[in-house]
Design a protein around this ligand. Structure first.
Ligand code: GRG
Length: 310
């Protein structure tokens, strides 16, 4: 198995647990997919075309990292999976919308995503834009519809909308498609990654805590974990983009360089990028210090992010 870094100490210990966490993530992923099946309009519902396109991308086989983080942070803070499931699914819908739009000809112009033809390749550009729009609307509809406690729903909606909007993911995407500055590339790439990727991942961890009605200390701990994990996740994504062979299923490899995008390997080189990701994962795990075994899966997920191959 290809690894992003060499490990020692606690990392070696977690590495031994990898097969377990992969199996666990698959199991939780299946429960999330079952709920998504229920929450999304049926393919047979009029107008069938848009519902088919929405479902095509949602069920194309992603890792379900963001919804899993919602569920696991809720669990770590003493909440129940069932109460966090609608929130978890809303995060996956927003994430899938962002992938559909990210692949569009006006953005990254990608032909493949999650190992399948992208939405615009399968359904045409106009339908892909609309499928993304509809998934975004569907996410907030789900939060309002399934909410049991209005105050919690309001806090979750605030978090998700802020993370997905112009001060978060969309803002990061704007930086990503803008001309790269000549000076200050280090700050620029960090800011871009934090906005484009880490904001949604960190919001997922915070929303899990919100659903569990976590204490201020627990909320702050999972929030820090999410920020470090989110940045590390995008750095490992950059590294995988450089390292992956074009035969690997999923997004076309080497795309960032082709598009002239600013990435960690482009600014720091591969070795230093790996070192940064490892350091961030260490900080993410340290942020969970106050938790016991209830945060076991969150610690394992952090290590998974470092060693993932897709
Ligand atoms: C409104 C036009 C318009 C755009 C929306 C497109 C967009 C704004 C933002 C894009 C943000 C984006 C795609 C960030 C990339 C983050 C990333 C590393 C995605 C891959 O996540 P994984 O590996 O994917 O979790 P899977 O397939 O496993 O779910």
């Amino acid at each position: 198995m290809r690894r992003l870094n060499s490990r020692s100490g606690w990392q070696a210990w977690w590495y031994i647990q990898m097969p377990d966490i992969k199996e666990y993530l698959r199991e939780v992923g299946k429960r999330i997919e079952k709920s998504l099946q229920r929450y999304l309009p049926a393919e047979t519902e009029f107008p069938q075309k848009i519902h088919e396109a929405m479902r095509y991308s949602v069920f194309a086989g992603g890792k379900r990292l963001r919804p899993i983080l919602v569920l696991e942070c809720c669990r770590a803070c003493g909440g129940a999976e069932q109460s966090a499931m609608p929130v978890a699914c809303a995060f996956e819908l927003v994430h899938t919308y962002s992938l559909i739009h990210d692949d569009l000809p006006a953005m990254d112009n990608d032909d493949f995503r999650r190992g399948l033809p992208t939405s615009h390749k399968k359904f045409g550009e106009a339908n892909a834009i609309l499928a993304g729009d509809a998934l975004l609307a569907c996410a907030f509809n789900l939060l309002a519809r399934e909410a049991t406690e209005p105050e919690i729903a309001q806090r979750v909606i605030l978090e998700l909308s802020a993370a997905a909007g112009s001060r978060g993911m969309v803002g990061g995407q704007v930086l990503d498609i803008s001309e790269v500055p000549r000076e200050g590339k280090e700050e620029y790439v960090k800011c871009l990654h934090e906005m484009k990727t880490a904001s949604l991942i960190a919001a997922a961890t915070r929303c899990g805590a919100i659903v569990a009605d976590a204490s201020a200390q627990d909320f702050s701990a999972v929030s820090q974990y999410g920020r470090y994990l989110g940045l590390a996740f995008q750095i490992t994504d950059d590294i995988l983009d450089v390292k992956s062979s074009t035969e690997a299923p999923g997004k076309s490899a080497g795309k960032d360089e082709t598009l002239g995008r600013l990435t960690y390997p482009a600014v720091y080189g591969l070795e230093e990028s790996r070192r940064s990701a490892t350091e961030l994962i260490g900080k993410a795990v340290s942020a969970l210090e106050k938790f016991g075994p209830e945060a076991k899966h969150l610690r394992q997920i952090a290590e998974f992010v470092l060693t993932r191959e897709s």
